[in-house]
Ligand binder design. Structure first.
Ligand SMILES: Nc1nc2c(ncn2[C@@H]2O[C@H](COP(=O)(O)OP(=O)(O)OP(=O)(O)O)[C@@H](O)[C@H]2O)c(=O)[nH]1
Ligand SMILES: [Mg+2]
Length: 234
């Protein structure tokens, strides 16, 4: 049957934002084109950390009835923003992705399909066959590879630093997430209770507009996070 909205095609898209005004229109129009409203039933939750460039206002206008903006006023944190979004979402299934165009929303239908085939967690991955990244300098590639290598100490997912994933919220029931810094993905992949997961290949495109928020401190936070997750396993 075509053009029938299935209950399993209902989900929330959580997008953390910090000073992404230049990327708002693009990402929202790509999401809307990738997910025809006669097939998918979704809400978009942009979780903005009090951006100074009016990201939240621009997002609100562009969203229309497709979703809403959660305006955070507390301590700035990408990870806690994603958790706020998950907590306030009204569907059992959530997709988490970046706002800067690095994560192609055109992959979402494939992610939802894989969930409907019985997986609890889908990770959009740069580190499986037919995947990769474009526009990354070698230094950034090496840091990313190394981060995933040590991330494998606490979870089997190859692209375990991915910020583009889809998860059934029931996998997080009773799980206490205490992410530090940037990598909510690693925290979720290491702690969530999922029976089966799948990594789906995609090409990560380095941001074209706007500024990176990833500082050197993020690397330190990441190492502490991995050590803490290792400690939790003991
Ligand atoms: N709410 C919130 N969102 C953030 C924060 N820092 C970054 N973001 C958003 O999280 C996503 C990922 O941040 P990026 O700066 O793109 O990090 P990255 O992809 O690792 O690095 P670049 O692509 O090089 O910038 C983007 O949508 C950002 O706007 C934050 O402190 N709070
Ligand atoms: Mg980015």
């Amino acid at each position: 049957v075509q053009n029938v909205k299935l209950a399993e095609n209902s989900f929330s898209i959580i997008i953390p934002t910090y000073n992404e005004s230049e990327n708002m229109q693009d990402i929202l129009s790509r999401i809307k084109s990738a997910l025809p409203q006669d097939q998918y039933d979704f809400e978009i939750l942009m979780v903005d950390d009090n951006s100074s460039d009016k990201t939240a206002d621009i997002a609100e206008n562009a969203l229309g009835n497709c979703g809403r903006v959660i305006r955070r006023k507390a301590v700035r944190s990408l990870s806690l923003s994603v958790l706020d979004g998950i907590n306030q979402s009204s569907n059992d299934l959530v997709v988490v992705m970046d706002a800067d165009g690095s994560h192609p929303p055109e992959l979402i239908p494939e992610m939802i399909k894989a969930i409907n085939q019985g997986h609890d967690l889908i990770v959009a991955s740069r580190y499986v066959a037919h995947a990769g990244s474009s526009g990354f300098p070698l230094s950034r590639k090496l840091v990313s590879r190394f981060a995933c290598f040590i991330g494998n100490l606490v979870c089997p997912i190859r692209d375990n630093t991915s910020g583009f994933f889809c998860i059934k919220k029931e996998s997080l029931n009773g799980v206490i997430l205490t992410p530090r810094g940037f990598k909510i993905g690693l925290e979720v992949f290491a702690k969530a209770k999922y029976q089966s997961y799948k990594e789906i290949p995609y090409i990560f495109v380095n941001r074209i507009k706007g500024k990176s928020k990833l500082g050197i401190g993020a690397i330190f936070d990441y190492l502490v996070q991995v050590l803490r997750l290792l400690g939790d396993r003991k």
